[in-house]
Design a protein. Structure first.
Length: 334
């Protein structure tokens, strides 16, 4: 049960972490698109003003400022053909647009950013630079994913720590609960086994009640049942002792049979009448020990008693047997 609970919680927390990471990734992508669109438009506006006022130094300064902005990895300005003119990091003469960036040039509009993805989970935006309706080039702003990765890692780390604490706390709680349930059940199981194996040995009872809950009530009920069985057994033993005494001292032959007409108890006088020892009667049927005609009549009488719950009295039977063998007449009641 503990292993199943831990596995279920690990799966649940893993699913929660996956959903949370996916949602955060979607938020990062939307945020990146907003930042890139704003930065590329802002840079294009600054470059356009610098070109109109013929101040190329302002362009370099604007590009470096844009590249230093949070969440921006690189800012670039190119001419309409895609040749790099200014770059926020490195030497513009040694940098060229890669084929993926060049492929975006035909799709860059005048009044909106062109957002696209690059290999390695990189995002970039491009904006056209116009001065007096003349295309002068493009601004390129690449998103810096390091901060987003840091946020995702922080979320995953916090989720992991929360999961470990939650699973540990749940495991401890389950262990405490299992001990409060399993130990009393073990006591009850052991008591039931002792009662089955040694029903007359009362030295192990009553069972200790160490908890005060439904299991404790069950153990207490079991103890009362065992005590009741002991009382009934004691009463039965007294009854059987009295019965054996009556059988031994009765002046007539007495026999007890079950529903299958098998002898359960007989006294010595009955054994003398049939000529069979007392021990040989037990477990044998009427037809095993009595002549067939006599056994049939006695069995019919027994069955009438069992079916009608009314006694059969003074049934006269005649036969021959005993030691020495001689004729006899029985007057029986059932």
């Amino acid at each position: 049960m503990l292993a199943g609970l831990v596995l279920l919680e690990i799966l649940s927390i893993s699913l929660f972490a996956a959903i949370l990471t996916r949602q955060q990734t979607r938020r990062v992508r939307i945020r990146a698109q907003i930042i890139l669109a704003y930065q590329s438009e802002s840079l294009a506006s600054q470059v356009s003003k610098a070109l109109e006022q013929q101040r190329p130094g302002w362009i370099s300064s604007s590009v470096k400022t844009a590249g230093a902005a949070p969440n921006v990895a690189l800012a670039t300005v190119t001419d309409p053909a895609g040749n790099v003119l200014f770059i926020s990091k490195g030497d513009a003469d040694q940098v060229v647009l890669d084929p993926n960036e060049r492929a975006q040039i035909p799709f860059i509009g005048r009044d909106s950013a062109r957002l696209f993805a690059l290999p390695g989970h990189r995002w970039e935006a491009a904006w056209a630079i116009y001065t007096k309706d003349q295309l002068r080039g493009y601004t390129w702003v690449e998103f810096d994913p390091s901060s987003a990765r840091g946020q995702l890692l922080a979320i995953q780390r916090d989720t992991f720590v929360f999961g470990v604490i939650w699973v540990a706390a749940s495991a401890i709680l389950v262990l405490i609960m299992s001990r409060s349930i399993a130990q009393p059940l073990s006591v009850l199981h052991r008591g039931a086994a002792l009662l089955m194996n040694s029903p007359e040995d009362g030295s192990h009872f009553p069972l200790p009640v160490a908890v005060h809950n439904e299991i404790g009530d069950l153990i207490d009920t079991f103890n009362r049942m065992v005590a009741s069985l002991a009382e009934q057994r004691a009463g039965l033993n007294d009854t059987l002792s009295l019965l054996d005494s009556m059988l031994a001292n009765a002046p007539i032959g007495l026999a007890f049979v079950d529903r299958n007409s098998r002898f359960v108890r007989v006294n010595q006088i009955f054994a003398d009448l049939t000529g069979v020892t007392v021990s040989r009667h037990l477990g044998r049927t009427l037809t095993d020990l009595l002549p067939a005609s006599v056994a049939q009549e006695v069995e019919n009488a027994v069955q009438r008693v069992l079916l009608s719950d009314e006694a059969v009295r003074n049934l006269e039977l005649n036969g021959e047997g005993g030691k020495p063998r001689r004729p006899w007449t029985w007057l029986i009641s059932a």
